[in-house]
Structure formats: C-alpha cells, structure tokens
Design a protein around this ligand. Structure first.
Ligand code: AHR
Length: 865
C-alpha cells in the first residue's frame, strides 16, 4: 500500500528526543528555579497564559515569547481572554489555575495540568452571589484537603470580597463574603519593560527545560505550517521536469468508503433565505424582530399617498408567526413594497407563484393588485387577486415576467379603501430545482447536484447548537405548513424563516441521490455563545436535566418522522401528509457540533446516544470531537476518548488549516486505530492568510483528498465547508460556491470536489509512485497519487496531484491498458490563479506516459474494453 511519510514524523521524533533529554543538560544548571505564570498586559499579544523563568527571582526570561500555553474558552470569540491567572499545586499532583473571564459575569475559569503545558477541561462555575468575579486567587489547603478560591466583586455596590472552597472543581461550598481579600497571592515581575502580575512557582529545572523544549517545538511547527505552495519555485530553484513511474498492483486492494465525498450545507452567508431557498420575498412573515437590530417591518416600505402601514399581533395567522402587517389606503394606488434580498431578480418569460394570507379589517372586501416593478418603476409583471374576505385566507396568483431585471420590487396595491391585514407574502419562481413547490433555486441546487455528493449534512454547523439554549435548532419547528413554522434568529447574524426546513432538506437529498445526514444539538449550545443565564453549567449552559427526556424524545421523533410508518406514528404521518409517504431512508444522525467537552456535554450526549442506540440500533450516530486537532484541543483528545468509551460508530472532525498544515499532515489518518470509531471529516478547508480561493487551496485540498482516499477504510465521509456564500452577505471565507441573486460562481476548490465526487471508487488499489528526486522532502510532500476502482463499473480511477513548479512525466505500470479508453480531466494553473477550469479529453490506452502539468490535478478514468 502506498504510504506517505512526511518530515512531520521527523519532527515528532526530534520532539520526543528532546523531551526525553529534558534533564539539566549542562552540569552547572540548578535543580530548581522559578516559573512566573502570567497573562501579558501588552495589547499586541494574543491573550492567554504565558511563562517566564528565573534562577534568582530577579531577572526573568520569557519562555519563547510567542508561545501561549493556555487560551480561554469562555464566551464569544471576542471575549476569550485570560485575566489575572493564579496557580497552585494541589494534593492531587496537578497544577490548578483560575482566571478572571471578564468584568461582568458571576464566574471564573478553572483548568488543571500535570506539566503546565497541557491543561485539562476548562470549567466556569457560576457563583451564587451573582456578583462579578475579579482577580480570582487559588490556594491549596493541605490540612483541609481542599482548595480555596477568593476574588472580589464590584457590581453589587461597593467592592466586596468572596471565597469558596472545593475539593474537585465540580462542587463548590456556599460563597462567603468577607471584608477583605482572604487570599492575595499576586506577584509582580518585570519582563522586558513590562511590569506583569501573576504567580511565581518554584519548580524543578527539568520542568523549565520541558517548557522551553515545548515552546521550541511550537516555533518549529509554526514554520512547517507556514509553508506555502507559492514558495515552491523558491524552494526548488532550477528544478527540471521530473520523471516518474506509477506502479499499480491491482491484486493488492482494500475496501474503502463509497461515501467519501459529500456536502455540508449550513445556513451561513445567506445560504438559505436569500440563497438556496428560492423564496424571493425578504421578511415575508414580518418576524424579523427576532433577529439582529431588524424590526418586524424591515425590508417593507410604503409607496404613495394616503396610506399607513403598521405591525400588529392580535388574531395572528398562527401562534408561531405572531406578527402581521396592516395596510390602510384610500385604494387609489398606494403600495406596500418589498425589495427582496437586495432586489428581486425577474426573468422575462419566467412564471412566478405569488401568494399571501390576507383579511379585510375595515371597509369593503375587494382585491389586491400584485406587481413586480424594476428599479425605475416600470411594471415587469402584474396580476390581481380574487376578493379578500374578513377571515385569514390564502390568495395566490401567477405572475409572468415581461422584462428581465435584477433589481425588481414587489408591490401590493389594495384596490379598495380601508385596512387589510396581510402575512406570509411569498413569491417563488415556478422553475425550481426538480420543479418542487417551496423548492430550491434551480441553478444553485444544480451545481450542488453536479458534485454527485453521496450525502448532505445539514442544517449546520454552529446553526445547530445555536447562540445559547434558546437559539438551538429544533427540527420540529421547521416542518409543516409554512405559516406554522417557527422562525428564529440565525447565529450568523440574520434570520431563518425555516421555509427551508427538514422536509425540504430530506427531499433535496432524495432528489440528488444523497444520504441525508441531519445534525441535532447534543443538548448544549455553542460554547462561543453569549453569556447564559442558566444556573447549572456556566457558559456552555445545557438543557436542564429535567427537560432532557423531552429533548431526547424529539430526536427519536425525528427518526420516526424520517423512517416511520404513517399508519402507526404521528410524526411519520406528518411526513406522509407533506407529500412523502415512503420513508426517507435515514441512516446517519449527527449529534452535536464541535462542542466543548465538559460534564454538561457528556451527560447529555450519552443520554441521546444511548436512547437512539437502544430504540434504533440501525441508525449510525455521528459524534463530535471538537474543532481542531490533538495539538491544540482538549476537546479533540477527550472527544475521542469519550467516543471510544461509548463506542460511537463515527465521529465528526473539523479543521480549517493553512496549506503548510495539510502538506505536513499527509499521514494524519494513516496513524488512526482502525478498531475505533470511523471518521467523518465534517468540515475542512485550506485557509490562506487572506482567505482566498485559488489553485493553491484547491490543489492542496486535492492532495489531501488523495490521502483521505488512501484512508477510506477509516475515513467514511468528508465535506468541505462552508458550501455557499452570497456575495455581499458573507460572514466566512473561503467558501466553495459564491452567488448573487442571478448568478452562480463556482471556485477552483469546487472543481476539485466535483472531480472527486464524480470519480469515486469503493476499492483502494495499492500503488507506488516513484518520482525522481523524491528523497527531497520539498518534492515528496508536494505530490500525491491515489488509485481506486469502482466495482460497479469496473473502471479504475487514478488521481495525481502535482504541486511542483515543473512537469512530471509519469508512466503507468501494472495496469493492462490495451484497448482501454482513458478519460483525462486536468485542472491546472499558477497557485494564485482563481479562474482555472477543468479540461477534459479522451485518450487511448497505448499512451501510458502521462504528462502532469506543473501545479495540476489530473484524473484518469480508465475503462477497459
Ligand atoms: O463552517 C463554518 C463554521 O465553522 C461552522 O458553523 C462551525 O461548525 C465551524 O466552526
């Protein structure tokens, strides 16, 4: 089997060697010295826990100024800061640190470590006094076998001092108030020109040595991960084209996942409303007050004289959709306008389904004129409703575009004097993907389908666990008639109408032949949520345990809704009533999204996992192991441990990393234990410093995917993230596909996904790629090959990635290519190229030397006669 080894292994080797040698190297080094633990006051440094060392407690030396040993995980990203860290060594042999998280919340942070380097789970206990917790200090009380933590608060009137005791950092004694700070251990030292406050610890020289070695390893890693494809020319000056032989051993193969390539749809960057969901009216239900600084009437305005427009809530259409608009006019042409999502794109000749719910309030019953106008006011489509009634009733008309405009507006013009209540104003192109009602934008859905994804993960991402418990995504709020769905704020700063709900997601999966992979929250909100008011768990919160049974039941109901029998199950009946009597064939269920590993999470996840496993053993639960790799995250290591303890079949890993990280981590999954959970790489992308999409990112992703294919026996699925971004409404870059109201722009990264998605195999065939000069690591880590076979078609597919600034002339050995037809697809361009396109041609078997252009990705699909 072709294995890829990188000089990352060398680095690990050196690291181990240096750590092993961390005894005093020089004979005259001391046995012990001092470490100063502090959070630097200088604004330039990323907030965190840093160290300095000293032999005499007077002269202090930074332990590699760039090396941060601990980062706070409290609150939203802007708040993840460490203030006033205080450390002590406990009777349990661990170092314990506490720090202030901010100036407002009634909590401090705690973590523990054996080596001052790897800090164990962070917890944020809520202190009952409700005051803020400033400058917390910790001490180990040996005689009492417990710790005391003291702090001061200044929110409840004048400064007050508090203490609490704990043995285990889980249970705390009742907070007591005192006149002065019982503990005031705080040292001040001069580091460079800065006076810093922190804790001085006396440690062995070996411990200091270990800190220094660790910091050096971090600096080395930084260099490796800083490597770029654009530097290839510099690194390989004068390099001539290379010769290579790819030897394929068809007899040596292993089964790999045939579901490797999928997509991950999250409602980020206006991907749903204003994006994939084809609805053209913005704030159609007048519920925008739920989100941002918007109001219920946002994106609506009046045109004309003698008219008023207000928002009301009495006798709404549905309790989940409580706001509606009252439009009062003299019936002489005043209109209520909606500008859609930055203009309504209308196409000449296209038909649109318009509908709204209305009731007359005062005055006579009459009709409404519905118009689409362009930015100059020219009518581009028009129709008139039937007579309105005094009761809520849906009215629908068809509009036909007379002219194409990108900046169309909707106008609702009452033809009678008086007040009319209106709600759920909707405009849909008739041409949606597969012609589905309440469907998806045809052009966008098509580019997704063209990837031929084997699965679709939805609806997030962070959208799933939400900004606090109240903002979690509940699938039940997203099904049923549109007017009964429950809209809510989007964690990404806008609005979710839920028009694109679970029914539509499942339908889309079926329409494109992909497996649905819905994700439900694991009973905890996003750890980056704003402050939670919840009493039990601090920042991460968590559904109260007394509500967890219902929460779990909702998840079980989802399985019934998707797969159950409409005759016996009420949720399955709802699916049938919505138009899908047959089961949707749910197999995978994601639980949680890169959640913080804490007791709160683990308790809730285990409850959900066990309930699903017991009742639906056929459903494969996809667990979560944090947002990063073992090098940076406790969530990853503990997440894996926890998943292994529970026997979770698949876990979801996420990483957004530099090209250098991907180049140097090509053996990432070669090391994985095949007996443990399988892996779903649920979110990944190559991130450049400017977050561009270009050939550099695309080719590194192609290279990485060849590594995933090689490990397709343990990596079951993978999906790039994020998928979609609306130009002008993008919160996150890079993305796979960009769009406007009328156009779709795919990226070169998309081309890579499509080439992989269209060329999957279910068997990995052993090969060795001998390339001249491969002993040079700069060459070795910039090339990659993968050979797979599709047992259904019998075709062999070879993928070759060349990130070098020179061609590779490679001959193929070991495959009988006589009379074979080879379909060759090549994507190539300079690293900063954003416009490269895939060139496809058919070549014939006698040609068994293939030229791989510099900076290219080549796919050979070999059909034997
Ligand atoms: O893909 C964007 C975000 O990145 C996802 O919502 C989240 O899961 C991750 O942090």
């Amino acid at each position: 089997m072709m294995k890829y080894s990188t000089n990352y292994l060398l680095y690990i080797f050196c690291l181990l060697l240096s750590l092993g040698k961390s005894q005093a190297i020089l004979a005259n080094e001391p046995d012990s010295a001092y470490v100063f633990a502090y959070a630097p006051s200088s604004a330039g440094k990323a907030s965190g826990l840093y160290y300095a060392w000293s032999i005499d407690r007077k002269t202090w030396h930074s332990v590699e100024p760039e090396c941060r040993f601990l980062r706070s995980d409290y609150g939203p990203w802007s708040q993840k800061k460490i203030y006033s860290p205080s450390l002590t060594k406990g009777g349990d042999g661990f170092w314990h640190v506490v720090w202030q998280v901010n100036k407002t919340d009634p909590t401090f942070a705690c973590a523990k470590s054996t080596d001052l380097i790897h800090w164990f789970p962070q917890s944020f206990p809520i202190m009952q006094y409700g005051d803020n917790c400033l400058s917390p200090k910790i001490a180990w009380l040996a005689s009492e076998d417990r710790y005391v933590i003291s702090w001061y608060g200044n929110l409840l009137g004048k400064d007050k001092y508090y203490s609490t005791y704990t043995k285990n950092f889980k249970e705390y004694s009742i907070v007591s108030e005192t006149d002065k700070m019982p503990l005031s251990i705080c040292d001040t030292v001069l580091i460079g020109n800065n006076e810093e406050k922190g804790t001085i610890l006396c440690v062995s020289w070996k411990e200091i040595e270990t800190l220094m070695r660790y910091a050096q390893a971090c600096a080395y890693k930084k260099t490796l991960y800083g490597e770029r494809v654009v530097q290839s020319e510099l690194r390989l000056v004068g390099q001539q084209p290379l010769k290579a032989t790819l030897s394929i051993n068809e007899k040596d193969s292993k089964k790999i996942s045939d579901k490797l390539i999928g997509i991950f749809f999250e409602d980020i960057n206006y991907s749903a409303d204003g994006g994939l969901y084809a609805e053209l009216i913005q704030n159609r239900g007048f519920e925008y007050s739920l989100s941002r600084s918007w109001k219920a009437d946002s994106f609506w305005r009046l045109k004309g004289k003698n008219a008023t427009f207000k928002i009301a809530t009495e006798q709404p259409l549905h309790k989940n959709n409580p706001h509606y608009a009252i439009l009062t006019t003299d019936g002489k042409g005043a209109a209520l306008q909606n500008e859609g999502f930055g203009g309504i794109a209308v196409k000449a000749g296209e038909k649109y389904n318009f509908s709204l719910f209305a009731r007359t309030m005062k005055g006579k019953n009459g009709k409404l004129r519905i118009r689409l106008v362009d930015e100059t006011g020219i009518v581009v489509a028009e129709a008139t409703t039937e007579m309105l009634t005094e009761h809520w009733k849906q009215h629908a008309v068809t509009l036909k575009g007379l002219k194409t405009t990108l900046k169309g507006r909707l106008e609702i013009i009452p033809l009678i004097e008086g007040s009319i209540a209106i709600d759920m104003v909707s405009l849909f192109p008739q041409h949606t993907f597969k012609g589905r009602k309440n469907g998806l934008r045809a052009d966008l859905a098509k580019v997704l389908a063209d990837i031929k994804p084997r699965f679709v993960r939805f609806p997030g991402g962070c959208v799933v666990h939400g900004n606090g418990i109240e903002n979690m995504y509940h699938w039940k709020n997203t099904i049923g008639p549109l007017e009964t769905r429950k809209p809510q704020a989007n964690i990404w700063g806008y609005h979710q109408s839920m028009g694109l709900g679970f029914y539509e997601y499942f339908q889309f999966c079926e329409d494109i032949g992909a497996l649905p992979l819905p994700v439900v929250p694991a009973g905890v909100p996003c750890q980056n949520s704003e402050r939670q008011q919840h009493e039990i768990a601090g920042q991460q919160g968590g559904v109260p345990m007394k509500e967890m049974d219902l929460f779990v039941q909702d998840i079980l109901d989802l399985i019934e809704w998707a797969n159950g029998d409409p005759k016996t199950n009420k949720w399955a009946k709802m699916r049938a009533e919505a138009g899908h009597p047959k089961p949707f064939g749910l197999k995978y269920l994601g639980v949680g999204n890169e959640d913080m590993m804490s007791d709160v999470f683990e308790k809730r996840f285990a409850m959900i996992y066990k309930a699903v496993k017991e009742k639906y053993p056929e459903i494969l639960v996809v667990g979560t192991v944090g947002a990063g790799d073992a090098e940076e995250l406790y969530d990853y290591t503990r997440g894996w441990e926890f998943a292994t303890e529970l026997g979770v079949p698949i876990v979801d890993e996420h990483y957004y990393k530099s090209p250098g990280w991907f180049l140097n981590k090509q053996d990432y999954y070669d090391r994985y234990d095949r007996r443990k959970s399988k892996v779903y790489v649920g979110e990944y992308a190559v991130h450049l410093p400017d977050r561009a999409n270009n050939m550099e990112t695309a080719l590194v992703e192609a290279l990485y995917l060849t590594n995933l294919e090689r490990n397709g026996d343990v990596v079951e699925m993978a999906s790039y993230a994020p998928l979609l971004a609306k130009k002008g409404n993008t919160q996150w870059k890079p993305d796979l596909i960009y769009f406007t109201n009328a156009e779709v722009e795919t990226t070169v990264d998309y081309d890579v996904q499509k080439l992989f998605g269209n060329n999957v195999g279910n068997e990995y065939i052993s090969s060795t790629w001998e390339v001249t000069g491969k002993e040079n690591t700069d060459i070795r880590k910039r090339i990659g090959a993968s050979v797979v076979r599709c047992s259904q078609t019998g075709e062999t597919i070879i993928k070759l990635v060349n990130l070098l600034p020179v061609e590779i002339h490679t001959s193929l050995v070991g495959l009988d290519m006589n009379n074979a037809t080879i379909e060759r697809s090549v994507l190539h361009g300079q690293p900063d190229d954003t416009l490269a396109t895939v060139k496809k041609e058919t070549i014939f078997g006698q040609k068994n030397t293939i030229i791989l252009p510099k900076y290219s990705f080549t796919v050979l699909r070999i059909k034997k006669k």
